[in-house]
Design a protein around this ligand. Structure first.
Ligand code: AHR
Length: 498
């Protein structure tokens, strides 16, 4: 295959939003317990946090972290997880059919975020609770002092307010699996009333209303419209969630998953703008793509630990990612960057052990899944403004998403530095790609890293944690402002230029 790309410094889409590199920690399986928190672990700090995991989270470069769910939040009483630990109740978590010890709550999680250097994005429970409990949580979290709940936070050992800016108004409220799910009318009204009350406390909060739990829901589109007809004035973002996997050995379609994400964003943006037009409003509601990843959902329902005994932190949703999965994750992240005009926040779901880039063994090591690399490298290199590339590439036909280009790319530019991200979706052939970067003023390759494997299903495991890692691309050269690079089949690449 051959492809040619032209990068034009003037073709700016939007600034790179640091919140695009968000992630997600849910009280689910071993994400929190034996994931980020394991007091008995040799690397644990005085608060019981695994410092080996903290180091990997920092290396991953995740920015905003959504917490504490997910489906979990719809049965959660936040008051259970504050104050003296020996007084915290054990509860049943109906969403994941397990036990919640409440040993980690808001104050501990906020302390952990300080170690990782990330921002907290907090979800309120609109499944089984409502406005008052959301307001109480807001007072506990953000009010400086001198009220019952802010003083309680101080008495619990957190003198400074958490000052949380982004709040999710529930989670996937359209899903029948959600504890206390609602129809669009009822949820739209509840979200509007909750958002309006929260903004009476603090008008600068950034509130995320639930969009559909996936574009495949029968109510998709109507849900967004109805919910926003009620809540438009009070909210700032609408959420999108999407998970992809290879179905029935159709790797070609799977590698083109980013097309579906792009189409999904188009649909939500159009629906949101339709409501804005009806309301004669110029307000631009942003998209918070606050759950996205590869997730082998069906396979894992079958292989998860059976948990009908109400156990604490069972092994659930512990997908092990392949080289091909990492290429798709890298390409999805490229799409989020390309849509930075509308997608101003996103969360890779999730962070540790549960469909995650980072894995741990209790008492043992922590390691990077294949999907860790495209995320960490993109977070490290993408800066400044996102540039729309003009791509000339051969195409191929996919069963699920129609025609897809073999090569996809996006670039970012900041002053005299730029970064280019590329995928080759070709299954068997390398691609020769030329990239005209003259308008960026770059003349030198700083680094060129490619992630690929002869075996596209190769994975990193406890036994072999470094089976799939990025390597310096040996076939990248720059002559007279034109980069020439060879991309192996089924590969993801990042090139930093100066
Ligand atoms: O990320 C796993 C689950 O997927 C989340 O709890 C839920 O919101 C979604 O369905």
């Amino acid at each position: 295959h051959r492809a040619h790309i032209v990068l034009d410094r003037q073709a700016v889409i939007a600034p790179v939003r640091r919140r695009t590199f968000g992630s997600f920690v849910e009280h689910l399986g071993r994400c929190v317990y034996t994931g980020i928190y394991e007091p008995e672990h040799p690397s644990a700090n005085k608060d019981g946090f695994r410092m080996d995991v903290v180091d990997l989270v920092r290396e991953l470069g995740s920015t905003t972290i959504r917490y504490p769910g997910g489906n979990f939040v719809s049965g959660f009483r936040w008051e259970d997880s504050i104050g003296p630990r020996d007084k915290r109740p054990v509860r049943r978590d109906l969403a994941w059919h397990s036990l919640e010890s409440n040993q980690i709550g808001l104050d501990e999680f906020a302390a952990w975020l300080k170690l990782t250097g990330s921002e907290l994005m907090l979800a309120v429970n609109l499944g089984t609770r409502g406005i008052l409990s959301a307001l109480d949580l807001l007072e506990y979290a953000n009010h400086p002092s001198g009220t019952a709940l802010s003083d309680l936070r101080i008495a619990n050992g957190t003198p400074e307010p958490h000052n949380i800016r982004m709040w999710c108004l529930g989670n996937e409220m359209d899903g029948p699996w959600q504890t206390g799910f609602l129809n669009a009318e009822d949820y739209g009204k509840l979200a509007a009333r909750t958002a309006s009350a929260m903004k009476m406390a603090d008008k600068d909060l950034e509130l995320v209303v639930c969009g559909s739990s996936s574009a495949g829901m029968p109510t998709f589109g109507d849900w967004e419209r109805t919910v926003l007809e009620h809540s438009f004035e009070h909210v700032d973002y609408i959420s999108c969630h999407a998970y992809y996997q290879e179905h029935d050995g159709d790797l070609g379609s799977f590698l083109a998953s980013a097309l579906d994400m792009d189409f999904f964003i188009d649909g939500v943006a159009a629906t949101v703008d339709h409501v804005a037009a009806k309301k004669h409003s110029s307000k631009k509601i942003g998209i918070s793509f606050d759950e996205w990843n590869v997730w082998y959902q069906k396979e894992h329902q079958e292989s998860d630990e059976v948990n009908d005994e109400w156990r604490h932190a069972p092994r659930q949703l512990e997908d092990v990612y392949s080289a091909a999965d990492a290429v798709v994750v890298g390409n999805l992240l490229m799409t989020l960057l390309k849509r930075s005009d509308r997608v101003t926040s996103a969360s890779l779901a999730q962070l540790v052990n549960v469909i995650a880039p980072i894995m741990t063994e209790p008492g043992g090591p922590a390691w990077r899944q294949t999907s860790f690399y495209p995320f960490s490298i993109t977070s490290r290199l993408a800066a400044g403004e996102v540039i729309r590339p003009a791509i000339e590439s051969p195409t191929y036909t996919t069963a699920r998403y129609g025609e897809a280009s073999v090569i996809d790319a996006v670039a970012t530019v900041e002053e005299d530095r730029s970064a280019l991200f590329l995928v080759n979706r070709g299954l068997s052939q390398p691609a020769q790609v030329t990239v005209d970067v003259r308008s960026l003023g770059s003349s030198r390759i700083l680094e060129a890293l490619t992630l690929a494997d002869q075996d596209v299903y190769a994975k990193n495991t406890l036994a072999e944690p470094n089976r799939v890692v990025p390597h310096t691309n040996p076939n990248a050269t720059m002559t007279d402002g034109v980069l020439t690079i060879e991309l192996p089949p089924v590969s993801w690449t990042a090139v930093a230029l100066h």
